[in-house]
Design a protein around this ligand. Sequence first.
Ligand code: GRF
Length: 211
Amino acid sequence: MAAAPERTSPARVVVLVSGSGTNLQALLDAVAEGGAAYGAEVVAVGADRDGIEGLRRAERAGVPTFVCRVRDFATRAEWDAALAGAVAAHRPDLVVSAGFMKIVGTAFLAAFGDRTINTHPALLPSFPGAHGVRDALAHGVRVTGCTVHFMDAGVDSGPIIAQEAVAIREADDEAALHERIKDVERRLLVDVVGRLARDGYRIEGRKVHIP
Ligand code: GRF
């Protein structure tokens, strides 16, 4: 069982991104608008690549950034350890993988596995992996959605914290459906991060308890 410690100051959140960073922006906006009442602050943003809008969003908000690229390391394990070190330098209470398109390894999970959450654009355990929106459309499901969950060693397989459904429309293509899912996903992520930060949580097996 893992449990979050009680705290009196805002939870320190490190956000990991690989792309446009609209989920990150939603968190930055929630922190800016909610102030201390939101219960969390974004202390750093990390990425696995340069030149992405996610990093620019962090810079505009005055949040420190770091980049940890797989190709700069001899092995994936070294990259994983370096990523864990870069995150650890910011002493996070929570790590948020918000469109971070890398699978982390044992060093990262040993350090942060019980406090790293991921957002995924499908109703897990259906359609894990990098193409959750496309795979749901191709399967012909009528309802998909998004899932916020704790990270574990598998692909989008950790304990589920929150989910919300999105109906698929006849005219949907991948881009249109993903945009509608992301509208819901941003709201859900902001809500989950705030609740985890303010109220704490316990993970028992596959169950996440937020008091
Ligand atoms: C989100 O739908 C996330 O679940 C998926 O990639 C998207 C990232 O969007 N893995 P953004 O970079 O936050 O705009």
